[in-house]
Design a protein around this ligand. Structure first.
Ligand code: FPP
Length: 261
């Protein structure tokens, strides 16, 4: 049930959450969930707040979603935190996002570690500011042996850039005689991507009402189930993740083959 303000009353949320939890098939939880966290700016605008306040509220949604993902048994959560295109935003907003990142990594490192989260980042990290790189390195090193869930933050990430970099490195390997062009397969190219050890996402969620990929994981989402919701990212609650998983479980995944069942 929705209230007249359009927002869910807490009691309703808890009830929906409990119902969904009971209904989900624990054997068919998506292993890897990727999220395009959109709508921070609009969430803030509606409330007469600055865009940066929207990103701050978005950070709380990350906390909730990570906790819900761990509780559900999702193994990997990849979040699109900063794209290669986001540098085009006003410099104050870019700076505020970088500051928020450094502040959050410093503040949350111990808690991530305590909760068994293995933290990773993927993207053109060498092109990130030094303070961000240092903060990332610290949390990656602290949490590298954890096994409860992997949180992979896509930072300075762009799918086309990832593929371009992979092609460049592959061409160098071929020129050096390490690989023959005829031996290049999907598997070989996959080894040159930013996070070659992570499996492809099973489910891609985009919040904020738009229905596009925005250059996110172009190679890896080839067979992912796509789920779009109008909920702005700062409003994203545990129940919304459960709803996305329920939708995922209702789909028939054929990976291009025929369903013989
Ligand atoms: C998109 O909303 C969101 C981003 C560009 C950044 C995501 C960042 C966070 C969730 C903040 C915290 C992150 C960390 C890791 C500390 P938008 O600004 O494009 O929203 P709009 O489409 O409504 O303008």
């Amino acid at each position: 049930m929705r209230t007249t303000t359009g927002y869910d009353a807490p009691g309703d949320l808890a009830q929906r959450e409990a119902l969904l939890r009971a209904a989900l098939d624990p054997l068919r939880i998506p292993r890897h969930v990727a999220i395009i966290m959109d709508g921070n700016g609009r969430w803030a605008e509606i409330r007469g707040l600055s865009r940066v306040e929207g990103h701050r509220a978005g950070r709380e949604a990350i906390r909730r979603t990570l906790e819900a993902a761990r509780e559900c048994g999702i193994e990997i959560l990849t979040l699109y935190a900063f794209s290669t295109e986001n540098w085009r935003r006003p410099p104050q907003e870019v700076q505020a996002l970088m500051d928020l990142l450094v502040e959050t990594l410093g503040r949350e490192a111990e808690e991530l570690h305590r909760n068994g989260v293995r933290f990773r980042a993927s993207g053109l990290l060498d092109e990130m500011p030094g303070a961000v790189r240092a903060a990332l390195d610290q949390v990656v090193a602290l949490t590298c042996r954890n096994t409860a869930i992997t949180l992979n933050l896509a930072l300075n990430y762009g799918g086309r850039r990832e593929l371009t970099e992979a092609a460049r490195r592959l061409a160098r390997a071929a020129a050096a005689g390490h690989v023959r062009p005829e031996d290049i397969t999907e598997e070989v190219l996959g080894r040159f991507l930013f996070a070659p050890d992570l499996p492809d996402p099973d489910l891609l969620i985009r919040t904020g009402g738009e229905q596009r990929l925005s250059n996110f994981l172009l190679w890896q989402v080839a067979y992912a189930e796509l789920y779009f919701t109008d909920v702005h990212w700062p409003d994203f609650q545990k129940v919304h993740l459960l709803e996305a998983i329920a939708s995922f479980q209702a789909r028939d995944r054929r990976f291009g083959g025929l369903d013989c069942g």
